[in-house]
Design a protein around this ligand. Structure first.
Ligand code: NAD
Ligand code: DAU
Length: 354
């Protein structure tokens, strides 16, 4: 049986990964360590309640004693580090917590893994262990109209969020270079799908449009993101954990570049048709003040993970966006739960002066 420490598994991608893994592997144990910040939500894990292959632990990846204790208790084979502060706009408003969680938290996990997995006397690593860092294409910075991010593109992060993720990546590679720790890094493009917190573009626009609220499009809306259905990202992480060569970085993306305005228009058209609601139209779009330092274009070259591991995306965007819209329509209670209370304050502060 393989035992995984999944961090941040009550968030968007982490909770999808828990479902993905439990749906495909019988003989595993997932220990899910999550602090339950505003972005973490036990509602996301309702579907695995009572499954003995999943254990939830509320706690901080920066907590040395807690993480050491978990290694001693469970003898992990894998660490999959999803836990992070993940929203660019919040990092612009408050960078410190991004350094604390994304850099210091990752270093704490690396150190505790090294203590548990490295035999200092024999100078060897225990067999079958791996630390997988879930990183992002944003560490590469922004692209012009041409070209794609490859694994050898130099790191050039622009936002406090991407700078903190790049810092974490550098520590992961430092543990590989210095101590020979078995590691992989995945760098994925923008994900969409169920359980995404509605501070991010797609669920925010679905929720606002549904309630006939203005849709805040930053600047001209012609920035480009490379969208991947979350399950395809989960598949990539599973494959890299199982088969990735130690010390390697794998970019993950499906060549699905869209402008933000096109995404918003697609959501509006689909919601309009699905709900037969004439109030859902492009008249709701508002071009508002742009994000500071806004990266213009991201685009991933996924050739390496394709050729080395046989990964490919299974969900075309046209299908994935419909599944996603339908999920949010069917899960109104979930959306109401996460948009009550502090979300209202967040929204007011983030969008008031735009
Ligand atoms: P998210 O914000 O939805 O979830 C983050 C989770 O981490 C939450 O459950 C939160 O409670 C938890 N967390 C935060 N601080 C913690 C701490 N100190 N200790 C323990 N848990 C903590 O994020 P997401 O979108 O699911 O992203 C997951 C990971 O994937 C992140 O590392 C992010 O950088 C990366 N990533 C995200 C995307 C995307 O499009 N969302 C794309 C590429 C990479
Ligand atoms: O590329 C991977 C990254 O994708 C991940 O590492 C991040 O964790 C994740 O948050 C995401 O970052 P983005 O900044 O690209 O995602 P976001 O959904 O915040 O914004 C997507 C685009 O939409 C971006 O160009 C900004 C724009 N936008 C966003 C919001 C929330 C708007 O125009 N209006 C909005 O209200």
């Amino acid at each position: 049986m393989k035992t995984y420490l999944i961090t941040g598994g009550a968030g968007f991608i982490g909770s999808n990964f828990v479902y993905y893994m439990l749906g495909r592997h019988d003989d595993i144990l997932l220990v899910n360590l999550d602090k339950l910040t505003y972005a973490g939500n036990l509602e996301n894990l309702r579907g695995v309640e009572g499954d003995p292959r999943h254990v939830f632990v509320q706690g901080d990846i920066c907590d040395r004693e807690l993480v050491s204790g978990l290694f001693a208790q469970y003898n992990f084979d894998y660490v999959i580090n999803f836990a992070a502060e993940s929203h660019v706009d919040r990092s612009i408003a408050n960078p410190e917590i991004f350094v604390q969680t994304n850099v210091m938290g990752t270093v704490n996990l690396l150190q505790r893994a090294k203590e548990a997995w490295y035999d200092a006397e024999k100078k060897t690593w225990k067999d079958g262990k791996k630390f997988l860092q879930v990183s992002t294409d944003e560490v590469y910075g922004a692209l012009g109209a041409e070209g794609f991010f490859t694994e050898t593109t130099p790191l050039s992060p622009h936002s406090p969020y991407s700078a903190s993720k790049a810092g974490a990546d550098q520590f992961v590679m430092a543990f590989y270079d210095t101590y020979g720790m078995p590691v992989n890094i995945t760098r994925c493009s923008n994900n969409y799908g169920p359980y995404q917190f509605p501070e991010k573009l797609i669920p925010l626009m679905i929720n606002n449009a549904r309630h006939h609220k203005p849709l805040p499009v930053y600047g001209d809306g012609l920035q480009i993101r490379d969208w991947l259905y979350v399950e395809d990202h989960c598949k990539a992480i599973d494959m890299v954990a199982a088969g990735g060569r130690s010390g390697e970085v794998y970019n993950v993306g499906g060549h699905n570049e869209r402008t933000n305005i096109a995404i918003v228009q697609t959501i509006l058209a689909q919601l309009h048709d699905r709900l037969s609601d004439e109030g859902i139209s492009e008249a709701l779009i508002r071009h508002v003040e742009d994000r500071l330092g806004h990266d213009r274009r991201y685009g991933i070259d996924p050739q390496k993970i394709r050729s080395d591991l046989g990964w490919f995306p299974e969900t075309p965007f046209e299908q994935g966006i419909l599944k996603t819209i339908d999920w949010y329509l069917a899960n109104e209670r979930w959306m109401n739960g996460v948009t009550s209370g502090s979300y209202q304050r967040y929204y007011e502060e983030m969008y008031r002066n735009r």
